[in-house]
Write a protein that binds this ligand. Structure first.
Ligand code: HEC
Ligand code: CU
Length: 340
């Protein structure tokens, strides 16, 4: 659709028009039946009013045709709403394969974002226009909700787990970011901005704030500091499984189940290793629950992601051309794995 409706925030993502169209349809259906019912209530009240004190209404006997009509028409309408809604829902839930990764932590009362190249922002998020961006979000404390009205995107951010969502901005500009889940005294202050930039300007911005340490490199440092490396050795001689080539690939568990090693699986393996034991290993890994902040966990996940497997051309490759210098080897092309 893409048209601008008055009273609506500007549509600035690929999903915005689709959400608005569905929303408009719901409004039109509601208005149509609202007006129809109100008109009938008033006109019937006048038409069938009691004209004399001893008037008795004629008894009504059932009508199959009438019953079928008012059952089948609403059924048809709600099925349209259901199928249309499901289609939009799946489009929002399925992250396109070559998306740019950004990690987000909600914390009373701020949003902290981390780019793969290592840039961190608070209550701000810079993204390139026309590139699908995958957000991996979690909360350090209570439930928050990441809401960007211009993108028609709202995602509850739940402590203790990762949720993912995505968007692709369609026009440059600065848009509101809100927390849409009441989270305490300063909930109303948990706001920020999303700045959508031309890809070249975005590269300049990325390079400008360069810390020199990519997310994966920060994770690698933690991997050594937390002594993960003593058990997880690249030569497979440690007590734990080798983590090279794990990310994005299926893992066989001791229970015989097979799971895909995505961000959520890696996070759980670190904070709650006992939950899912890798086949062929003893449950000797200590839990790091409470020892590592959510932001550090994301760095560890990014590091393990960077060990993922054979490099394929990721979004880093597509974006890196204007400023290849910023794409550090650990952060740039990653395998997106299969099965996703
Ligand atoms: C005492 C040895 C030990 C230490 C220290 C250790 N691990 Fe582990 N880790 C294991 C073992 C054994 C397994 C396999 C059994 C299981 O799933 O718990 C494992 C499993 C994993 C997995 C799942 C791997 C797969 O192939 O599915 C990840 C990810 C992981 N560890 C990350 C870490 C990180 C990150 C750290 C440091 C913060 C760490 N481990 C510290 C022993 C250890
Ligand atoms: Cu909040």
């Amino acid at each position: 659709m893409g048209t601008e409706l008055p009273l609506f925030p500007v549509p600035a993502s690929t999903m915005a028009g689709r959400v608005d169209a569905l929303y408009l349809f719901l409004i039109l259906v509601s208005v149509f039946f609202g007006v129809l019912i109100a008109t009938l209530v008033v006109s019937f009240a006048i038409r069938f009013r009691r004209r004399s004190p001893d008037e008795r209404p004629r008894p009504i006997h059932g009508s199959t045709v009438l019953e079928l009509t008012w059952t089948l028409i609403p059924l048809g309408i709600v099925m349209v709403i259901f199928l249309w809604g499901a289609e939009v829902f799946f489009a929002m839930a399925r992250v396109p394969p070559a998306s740019m990764d950004i990690y987000v932590v909600g914390k009373r009362w701020m949003w902290k974002t981390q780019h793969m190249t290592g840039q961190r922002e608070i209550n701000e998020l810079h993204v390139p226009v026309g590139v699908p961006v995958k957000l991996t979000l979690t909360s350090e404390d209570v439930i928050h909700s990441f809401f960007v009205p211009a993108f028609r995107m709202k995602k509850d951010v739940v402590p203790g787990r990762y949720v993912t969502t995505w968007f692709q901005a369609t026009r440059t500009g600065t848009y509101h970011l809100f927390c849409a889940e009441y989270c305490g005294t300063k909930h109303s202050g948990m706001i920020g901005t999303v700045t959508v930039m031309e890809p070249a300007a975005f590269q300049t911005w990325l390079a400008g704030g360069a810390t020199g340490t990519s997310l994966a490199a920060a994770g690698e440092r933690l991997f050594q500091d937390l002594a993960c490396i003593t058990c997880h050795r690249a030569d497979s001689e440690g007590r734990g499984p080798k983590l090279e080539g794990v990310f994005g690939h299926p893992v066989t568990l001791a229970s015989g189940e097979r799971v895909t090693a995505d961000e959520a699986y890696i996070r759980e393996s670190i904070v709650n290793p006992a939950a899912r034991i890798v086949a062929g290993f003893q449950p000797v890994m200590p839990t790091y629950q409470g020892l590592v902040s959510e932001e550090s966990l994301m760095q560890l996940v990014a590091y393990i992601q960077s060990l993922g497997g054979p490099a394929t051309a990721g979004p880093g490759a597509a974006l890196a051309s204007p400023a290849p210098a910023i794409a550090s080897p650990a952060a740039a092309p990653r395998s997106r794995g299969q099965g996703r």
